[in-house]
Design a binder for this molecule. Structure first.
Ligand code: UTP
Length: 293
């Protein structure tokens, strides 16, 4: 069955990037000149997704404003002859059919996804974590949707992380199936030392069958006292089976300071307007750092 719907959880408190995220959603943090969540919506659209539900919470109305029309701004751009900018603003508002629902209490990623139950109905759907931007020619979400259609099983986007950091992530037990496709046989969220399966972790994307909702209903609080999506996916993996796709693309974790800075530096270097000047600036900066040592 073709995957046409996506859920973007963006209701978290973003405590790792405070104070930036105190009054502004971390999902709205820009990479050069574009908010993280716009990259994510664009990836979903390029993957063939038609309907998107963004899970928000108190203080996140700027997300809705960003994907809405802004007549005052549009009028100003038009009267100033800035047609290109005007077209860009319209494009953002027309990117996809986006709906919103509020997660009233921030109770974890599994709980956030559950808020989309009635929007999803009886279809498979993609989940794109609102603070994970993945840049690449071939959209990561689309790679997972293709695997869902191929195997008829839930699919997680997986990548290796440094073993010494695995306790901050999920850890997966995997068996290679073909090239970058794996069978996931077990998983654990934020493993204590000695409990990790491998340094493969679920990072940023998954495609799930609607059955996941009844599993989440029966998922007790897990790591951090939250309803963890990983715990629900574990049940899915143990009952129906689940696949992992080590997707192509560079992932930036906008929810931590280093990831946010890496995203900005690397994308600034590629930016058509400032790329060349930024590269020259970085080179100068590196030279002055070396000569001051
Ligand atoms: P994170 O665990 O990275 O977000 O969830 P967080 O809770 O905001 O992070 P910290 O630890 O406090 O910095 C991944 C994605 O899931 C969303 C977040 O907004 C983020 O985009 N999320 C998380 C929810 O929508 N609801 C939740 O209850 C938890």
């Amino acid at each position: 069955m073709k995957v046409k719907k996506a859920v973007i959880p963006a209701a978290g408190l973003g405590t790792r990037v405070l104070p930036a995220s105190k009054a502004m959603p971390k999902e709205m943090l820009p990479i050069v000149d574009k908010p993280a969540i716009q990259f994510i919506v664009e990836e979903a659209v390029r993957s063939g997704i038609e309907d998107i539900m963004i899970i928000t919470s108190r203080g996140k109305t700027t997300v809705e404003d960003h994907f809405d029309r802004n007549p005052e701004l549009e009028e100003r751009l038009l009267s100033a002859g800035k047609e290109k900018e005007y077209a860009k603003m319209l494009e953002i508002a027309n990117l996809a059919n986006i709906q919103y629902v509020r997660q009233k209490e921030v109770k974890g990623l599994g709980h956030a996804v559950y808020c989309a139950k009635s929007f999803i109905g009886d279809e498979p759907f993609a989940v794109l974590y609102g603070d994970d931007v993945i840049i690449g020619e071939n959209p990561a979400c689309g790679q997972l949707c293709a695997a869902y259609e191929q195997y008829g099983l839930g699919v997680a986007g997986i990548k290796r992380v440094p073993m010494e950091t695995i306790s901050k992530y999920s850890s997966l037990k995997v068996e290679g199936v073909a090239a970058n496709h794996f069978k996931i046989t077990d998983m654990i969220e934020k493993p204590a030392p000695g409990h990790e399966f491998s340094n493969y972790s679920i990072l940023g994307r998954c495609v799930l069958p609607p059955k996941i909702f009844s599993i989440i209903e029966n998922t007790p609080k897990g790591s951090g006292g939250e309803i963890q999506l990983t715990d629900a996916m574990r049940v899915l993996a143990m009952t129906d089976g689940m696949m992992g796709v080590d997707y192509e693309g560079t992932r930036y974790d906008m929810g931590n300071k280093l990831g946010y800075m890496q995203a900005n530096v690397e994308q600034a270097l590629r930016h058509p307007e400032i790329g060349v000047a930024f590269a020259a600036y970085l080179e100068d900066l590196m030279n002055s750092l070396h000569s001051s040592r």
